[in-house]
Design a binder for this molecule. Structure first.
Ligand code: ZN
Length: 376
């Protein structure tokens, strides 16, 4: 079943204008659409942080410094994942898809994650159909969290804005030790079903988990001067904090109050919007002009540019964001573009959870009442 966007004159023209300006930017400056010297420096800086943090773990002299060292490892690996793993999955780091794909897999494996299904789901479901019910794999995070007002809800969801921040503490642990296996077993990419998972992917995923446990639990217990109990404690504290931060980073780009959710027409499979308007109106930026945010979040803080140009390396997104914003304003649709601070995004996400559950439950109660009236 294929889903389509409507072709609309005005947004199609705006998209054309944006693309011409972006192409000119690359031509005028003689840049490639992949990484550059700045990206290489960023990679060296973030990789050095990982190496120094790992060295610190093995030389920590108290439980407090062990926890700080673990946190440092967790966050520096997260930076590599957000900045280089994500771009690698899109094949836009060097332009050599094989090399970029391998680097993405290595960066994910370092964090205990399998990249095979994630890459398929991210590129063929999330990017094509952001926030579209039944199509976007990112909407299926957990049955306990309802992101989309068009999903079915249970009474517990009334409290999701209260328990969500606690649930977000264990998202990375769940992802590593359960979700990775669940999506391989289900062979489900949200947008389509994978016919057969290659055996090598099963071998790889088991090996990744074993190596991860060896690196993060066994090795520090053997080498550093701490008990297994202390090492596991530091490991869990790292996950709780990194997971909380990562989950909000993912969610505030698409799931806040000001964002749209869409359900394709059930008969025609058509999404009643143009591709450009849909991508922009389902995505937000945060701190889009901040150098620090650009260093930390890569293409996530300038996520609108990423959704329009996923094949271009994130190092160019601050310029592309300005081009997109200016072109929208020139066409009197500047209000499509939305940007927030990280804090505003977190707040709006929690309010979105509250409002979503409330709306769905109210609609369901209304539907149940009308069906009782009809039967009577
Ligand atoms: Zn992406």
């Amino acid at each position: 079943m294929s889903f389509k966007y409507l072709s609309k004159d005005s947004p199609d023209l705006i998209l054309k204008q944006i693309k011409v300006k972006v192409d000119n930017y690359f031509l005028d400056n003689d840049y490639t659409k992949n990484g550059n010297g700045n990206l290489a420096l960023k990679f060296i800086a973030q990789l050095t942080l990982v190496i120094v943090s790992a060295y610190w773990v093995f030389h920590a002299n108290s439980f407090l410094t062990l926890c700080l060292a673990y946190l440092s490892v967790g966050f520096s690996m997260l930076l590599l994942g957000i900045n280089f793993g994500h771009d690698g999955a899109h094949g836009c780091l060097t332009g050599n898809k094989r090399f970029d794909g391998t680097l993405f897999q290595i960066i994910y494996a370092m964090q205990g994650l399998g990249g095979y299904m994630w890459q398929i789901r991210h590129n063929s479901a999330h990017h094509i159909f952001p926030n579209v019910y039944d199509r976007d794999s990112d909407l299926e995070m957990s049955p306990l969290i309802l992101l989309n007002p068009k999903q079915k809800s249970k009474p517990i969801h009334k409290y999701q804005h209260i328990y969500a921040p606690f649930l977000y503490l264990i998202v990375t642990l769940f992802w590593i030790f359960a979700e990775d296996f669940i999506i391989l077993i289900r062979k489900d990419s949200a947008n389509s079903r994978i016919k057969k998972i290659p055996t090598i992917e099963w071998i790889k995923i088991v090996a990744i988990k074993l190596i991860y446990i060896f690196n993060f639990i066994v090795l520090p217990t053997l080498i550093a001067d701490f008990s297994l109990f202390q090492v596991v404690g530091a490991f869990l504290i790292m996950h709780f904090i990194v997971s909380f931060f990562l989950t909000f980073t993912f969610f505030i780009s698409h799931h806040i109050q000001e964002i749209r959710y869409v359900r394709a027409n059930e008969e025609t499979n058509i999404i009643e919007n143009s591709w450009l308007s849909h991508q922009i109106n389902t995505t937000i930026d945060f701190h889009p002009t901040s150098y620090i945010a650009h260093f930390l979040f890569g293409g996530f803080n300038t996520h609108i540019a990423h959704h329009i140009f996923p094949e271009i390396c994130h190092i160019h997104y601050p310029t592309l964001t300005q081009i997109v914003k200016k072109t929208l304003e020139e066409n009197n649709v500047g209000h499509w573009y939305k940007s927030f601070t990280f804090w505003e995004g977190m707040r709006s996400h929690i309010l979105h959870l509250k409002q979503t559950a409330h709306e769905i439950l109210e609609n369901q109660e209304h539907e149940e009442l009308s069906s009782i009236e009809i039967r009577n």
